[in-house]
Design a protein around this ligand. Structure first.
Ligand code: CAA
Length: 390
């Protein structure tokens, strides 16, 4: 038995807070996100910023931050519950909230000076401001340390040059945490993290991506052209930005596991409903073992993914390092979710291929989960490296 498992008491019951959050999110999605609205945003690739602000009013944009910074003061168990419930209905909104909370805002919360935290986190927690987080570049994805963006000190300022790619909340983000090279000779020990505010001269969002799925989340490129930011916008210590980014991804990957879980659960729920309604050969297709076995496998794998996801969240709430557990949860939940959505389309048959039915959209959205915040291959690499360390 692993050390971490011994240290974690197993409780399969949702806490009162989790139940309350799940119910709040369900009421919200039922009211604000009927299927036709979700599909309209998807079709038009519309990023519903007004809806994101309403999510802020519910307290979900500051869910993991202490009340003294305007947050809701909950932990990862509650956070995962919220992302899962949002993603059952609108995975794009789940992704937006995840990138804002556990990447952008959490990087500030963990590493910014007290002054910057007091200035920005209450606004980010309330939804008045939205956060983005920029690590990836056009030529550095999995090899995150291979970035080219630089930050050079000039008196009491830093000057940033370069570009970032595939950034969630790229255009609507009011602040962005940016990783940049501060000492090229030192490789990943020569990267630092900075806070850049929207509207800073030399900082501009450029191309918005036209995507296969997650179309109602905003993904775009950011350009830094002699962008001058105050010296105190350096987050934490100089040259520790890569390590900071890895630590932030340890938390972020749990949220992508939750996003995957929500999508898989949404697809399973729709599949069960459809199988009971759809009649062929004189009876509902749910009467056929071929369909029953698919549903049974989908439900079983979802339960296993749920255990990994909530366990990683519980460990995080206990203050443990969750590098391996976060990657395991992200890897397994995202791969399960892809399989579940594939089977959902199969169960829906021809109707699974058209946009009036929910399986088609889940099938497109889910693929992001095996790629974003580190591909499945990178998760395996992280898990294997952790195993070798033991
Ligand atoms: N916690 C603390 N420290 C860590 C760490 C962690 N989880 N992971 C690595 N480190 C430390 C290592 O201990 C090492 O420190 P020392 O040199 O002092 O020993 C240092 O960081 C470098 O680590 P590695 O040698 O493992 O670095 P690497 O270059 O081999 O890369 C990697 C490791 C795991 C492949 C990493 O590059 C990685 O995670 N790549 C994928 C990046 C990714 O997930 N990108 C998606 C970002 S999402 C985005 O940008 C868009 C958006 O809007 C959401």
């Amino acid at each position: 038995m692993s050390e971490t498992l011994q240290a974690t008491s197993i409780n399969f019951e949702f806490t009162e807070n989790q139940k309350m959050i799940a119910e709040t999110v369900r009421n919200f999605t039922a009211r604000e996100l009927p299927f036709n609205v979700v599909m309209k945003y998807d079709e038009e690739q519309h990023f519903p910023i007004e809806l994101v602000r309403k999510v802020g009013e519910l307290g979900l944009l500051g869910i993991i931050f202490p009340e003294e910074y305007g947050g809701a003061g909950f932990g990862y168990l509650e956070y995962v519950t919220a992302i899962e419930e949002l993603s059952k209905v609108d995975p794009s909104l789940g992704l937006t909230v995840a990138a804002h909370n556990s990447l952008g805002t959490n990087h500030l919360f963990q590493f910014a000076s007290e002054e910057l935290k007091r200035k920005f986190i209450p606004k980010l927690a309330s939804g008045e401001m939205l956060a983005a987080w920029a690590l990836t570049e056009p030529n550095s994805g999995s090899d995150a340390a291979g970035m080219l963006t630089t930050a050079v000190q000039d008196g009491d300022h830093w000057v940033l040059n370069g570009s970032k790619n595939f950034i969630t909340n790229s255009h609507s983000g009011d602040i962005c945490v940016v990783m940049a090279i501060t000492d090229r000779e030192k490789g990943n020990h020569g990267i630092s993290a900075f806070l850049v505010e929207k509207g800073t001269p030399g900082f501009s969002p450029s191309k918005k991506e036209n995507k296969l799925g997650m179309r109602a989340s905003e993904t775009g490129q950011l350009v830094f052209d002699n962008c001058r930011i105050p010296y105190n916008h350096l987050l934490g210590n100089l040259n520790e930005g890569f390590k900071q980014a890895m630590m932030i991804l340890d938390g972020g990957r749990i949220s992508i596991a939750a996003l995957s879980l929500g999508i898989a659960e949404g697809a399973l729920e729709a599949s069960v409903k459809y199988a009971k309604e759809r009649k062929q050969f004189g009876k509902p297709i749910s009467d056929f073992q071929a369909i029953q076995f698919k549903l049974a496998d989908m439900a079983t794998e979802i339960e296993a993914a749920k255990m990994l996801t909530f366990r990683a969240a519980a460990l995080k709430d206990e203050g443990k390092t969750t590098t391996m557990e976060s990657s395991m949860a992200k890897l397994y939940a995202s791969e399960v979710a892809v399989r579940v959505c594939n089977e959902a389309v199969q169960i829906f048959g021809g109707y699974g291929f058209i946009k009036e039915f929910p399986a088609e959209k889940f099938y497109r959205d889910v693929k992001l989960c095996t790629i974003g915040e580190g591909t499945s291959e990178i998760q395996r690499l992280v898990i294997a490296r952790q195993l070798m360390k033991k």
